[in-house]
Design a protein around this ligand. Structure first.
Ligand code: NAD
Ligand code: WQD
Length: 366
């Protein structure tokens, strides 16, 4: 697609790596829906489709992005590209007037990362390094990075504030890759004052766009709780295994800070605005969560209420590497971003169910 121009000047663009995936696609649609603020921006997505569904090899765009164009009646630019391909990325920077980058592209399955550490370090660390090099080559210094509460490891205190130590008790190559990337970006910001990096540490994103037409589409058996519950409710899976009921929590099951993916997406939109503030340079880590934790059993009940379906479950042993509880201190996100999560647990469950029930097989229509 030829870049849209505004007279002789190229319109500014936001580059979204991994924008065809779960959180990326919800951020892309949120940006496109913000007519008043981002109508002057092109949205450019780079994704290697390793975890995004494409209907057919000759399709120009993956399904998530096709649906977004349909829902918003707007065009976006898509490049099927791996972020480790420096030449390919450079072409994207030549073709567009990139103003800032939102970097989602990564491998994210914790268990898989234990079996395939090199693949994870390659994709997540080398990929991020390559992206940063290309950004520097083109004088683009504004980056929003998808980090994770996983960088805190086993909590020393709750709620988890951004000053909590990171990198100490990480149990997977995935978690370490997120931590190493943050350290790499801190060093970069120290070395060159041009850089502005906002590392958003997500807690547990769940839910789907209100349309029910885009949502989380895990390949194979889901690893995470919410998509697993949704697939049990729709009948694709028989029952949920609850990993342990002997934690020191209200009902013995694990407690997490679940956050609606559209709230999360809106946090990114707010973060872009920070770049416009004078003097906002350097590396900043900000939690994106709700500040409230729910147990596995509470999640099951909430989903049953929202869907009207039973979610059969059985208690099994703890999952290795799991922690008892985590939830965010969200005061920095309120203060710095002027952002707070507004969607309730009921919204998270209803929206997940709308997506799951309308698309029992995810984007694949079979
Ligand atoms: P996702 O797998 O749905 O999306 C990631 C996208 O990146 C996919 O479309 C995939 O095809 C693409 N991708 C992967 N490697 C790539 C590469 N080398 N080059 C180009 N594209 C590549 O995952 P998600 O849940 O949307 O996560 C997005 C980001 O958020 C990741 O960085 C993840 O680590 C982070 N994160 C996710 C969660 C979560 O629970 N989902 C929590 C915290 C942080
Ligand atoms: C939530 C709770 C499980 C599945 C992971 C990553 C983390 C971040 C978010 C990316 C826990 C329990 C789960 C099941 C269960 N991702 N559970 N049965 O482990 O908090 O975090 O996703 O950065 O890095 O580790 O999320 O959804 O897997 O688990 O009982 O089938 O549900 O034990 O208490 P988690 P989760």
């Amino acid at each position: 697609m030829t870049p849209l121009t505004n007279g002789d000047t190229m319109r500014p663009a936001i580059l979204v790596t991994g924008g065809a995936g779960y959180i990326g696609s919800h951020t892309v649609i949120t940006l496109l829906e913000r007519e008043e603020e981002y109508s002057n921006y092109d949205i450019v997505v780079v994704d290697n489709l390793s975890n995004a569904y494409n209907r057919a090899p000759n399709e120009k765009k993956p399904e998530s992005l096709r649906v977004i164009e349909d829902l918003t009646n707007k065009n976006l630019h898509f490049y099927p590209l791996d972020i480790r391909d420096a030449e390919g990325l450079s072409r994207v920077f030549e073709n567009h007037n990139i103003d800032c980058v939102i970097h989602f592209a990564a491998l994210k399955a914790v268990g898989e990362s234990v079996d395939k550490p090199l693949e994870y370090y390659q994709a997540n660390i080398t990929g991020t390094g390559t992206l940063l090099e290309v950004m520097r080559k083109y004088g683009v210094y504004k980056l929003i990075y998808s980090s994770s509460c996983t960088v805190y490891g086993e909590p020393e205190r709750l709620p988890l504030d951004e000053g909590h130590p990171t990198g100490r008790t990480l149990t997977s190559p995935y978690g370490r890759s997120k931590y190493f990337c943050e350290e790499m970006m801190k060093d970069l910001c120290t070395s060159d004052k041009n850089w502005m990096v906002i590392s958003l540490r997500y807690f547990n994103p769940v839910g789907a766009h209100i349309s029910g037409r885009i949502g989380e589409d895990p390949s194979g058996i889901p690893n995470n709780l919410m998509p697993y519950i949704a697939q049990v409710a729709i009948g694709r899976l028989n029952e949920l295994k609850v990993f342990g009921n002997d934690y020191k929590t209200s009902d013995g099951t694990g407690v997490r800070d679940y956050i609606h993916v559209v709230d999360l997406a809106e946090g990114h939109v707010k973060a872009i605005k920070l770049f416009q503030q004078h003097g906002f340079g350097g590396f900043h880590a900000i939690n994106l969560g709700t500040g409230t934790g729910y147990s596995v059993l509470e999640m099951i009940s909430a989903f049953e209420r929202a869907s009207g379906r039973k979610v059969p479950y059985k208690i099994v042993g703890r999952r290795s590497g799991d922690i008892a509880a985590n939830y965010a201190d969200v005061s920095l996100s309120h203060r710095l971003l002027g952002w707070r999560a507004i969607r309730t647990l009921d919204d998270m469950c209803k929206d997940t169910w709308r997506w799951q029930s309308a698309n029992p097989n995810g984007f694949k229509k079979v």
